[in-house]
Design a binder for this molecule. Structure first.
Ligand SMILES: Nc1ncnc2c1ncn2[C@@H]1O[C@H](COP(=O)(O)OP(=O)(O)O)[C@@H](O)[C@H]1O
Ligand SMILES: [Mg+2]
Length: 266
């Protein structure tokens, strides 16, 4: 752990630069058997700014899910510092971590984990319900607006298990947004979707990013989908191997990449 001066410096820097996430020297080891340990993240430094739309790519086993779980406060780093919306996380107790996770982070997984016997709109309400205890009109209204935003107005009252894979993933995205998180973490969100559904789920996340300032960090295997992001970070063997601004962003309806300058002009 670094000394407290480092933390304070990092915190004030985040306030100045509007960083949603800052990682400094993050390492993660897993225990293997009784006494063994294996380090899978070897020192990750990363800053994500407000409203960035970022792809995280890399071979299977390179540590992408491990990194997302740490950033999502679902697991703890072995060492290093993490600041989420400027808040230092290393000394927070479980209760404070749970609160920060609920307030600051939305999750979208490959398998959406919707509750099958609840309707689409009820699934979207769940994170807010968990916080407030019981439903009210404001909550129903907000969930209905999000269902509308993800293009499922007509299906709002369908049971989740009567929706297609792409529709369920749209519900999962709406659910991830109901707490108005600063950061959405998506681990292969389109991994089990056909190309067309995957494209439209990406378009949707992009639109949310552009209109709300939410930062997105999206793990994907698909280079074509990574190409839709503004920045592409590649993880190899537990280290960031490359971190590049994408100058040929593919956007909605595009089938060929255009340089950013040209895109702005069209
Ligand atoms: N709970 C765990 N215990 C032990 N090893 C793990 C655990 N989770 C992941 N690993 C190992 O950590 C490495 C990175 O895994 P992971 O983060 O799932 O990679 P990716 O998402 O890039 O495929 C792999 O070698 C994997 O076997
Ligand atoms: Mg993974």
């Amino acid at each position: 752990m670094a000394d407290s001066k480092t933390s304070i410096d990092s915190q004030s820097r985040d306030a100045e630069t509007d960083a949603t996430l800052r990682l400094e020297g993050i390492k993660k080891s897993y225990k293997i058997g009784k006494s063994g340990e294996v380090e899978v993240l070897h020192g990750i430094d990363l800053v994500l700014g407000r409203g960035e739309f970022v792809a995280l790519i890399g071979p299977s086993g390179s540590g992408k899910s491990t990194l997302l779980n740490l950033i999502g406060l679902l697991d703890k780093a072995s060492s290093g510092l993490m600041f989420l919306t400027g808040i230092a996380t290393e000394n927070l107790d479980d209760r404070a971590l749970t609160k920060l996770r609920a307030d600051a982070i939305g999750f979208v997984f490959q398998f959406h984990h919707l509750l099958p016997a609840f309707t689409a709109v009820e699934n979207v309400m769940l994170p807010l319900l968990a916080k407030q205890g019981r439903p009210d009109d404001a909550m129903r209204k907000r969930a209905a607006e999000l269902i509308d935003k993800v293009g499922l107005k007509a299906l709002a009252n369908n049971m989740a298990n009567n929706l297609s894979g792409g529709q369920q993933q749209r519900v999962a995205i709406a659910r991830s947004l109901i707490m108005q998180p600063a950061l959405v973490l998506a681990d292969e969100p389109t991994g089990n979707l056909d190309t067309k559904s995957a494209d439209s789920v990406f378009d949707l996340m992009r639109e949310v990013c552009d209109t709300s300032g939410t930062t997105f960090l999206i793990v994907t295997h698909d280079p074509r989908l990574a190409q839709r992001c503004d920045r592409i970070i590649e993880l190899v063997d537990g280290l960031i191997a490359s971190d590049k601004k994408n100058t040929q962003v593919l956007t909605k309806g595009d089938d060929s990449p255009l340089p950013v300058a040209q895109r702005a002009a069209t």
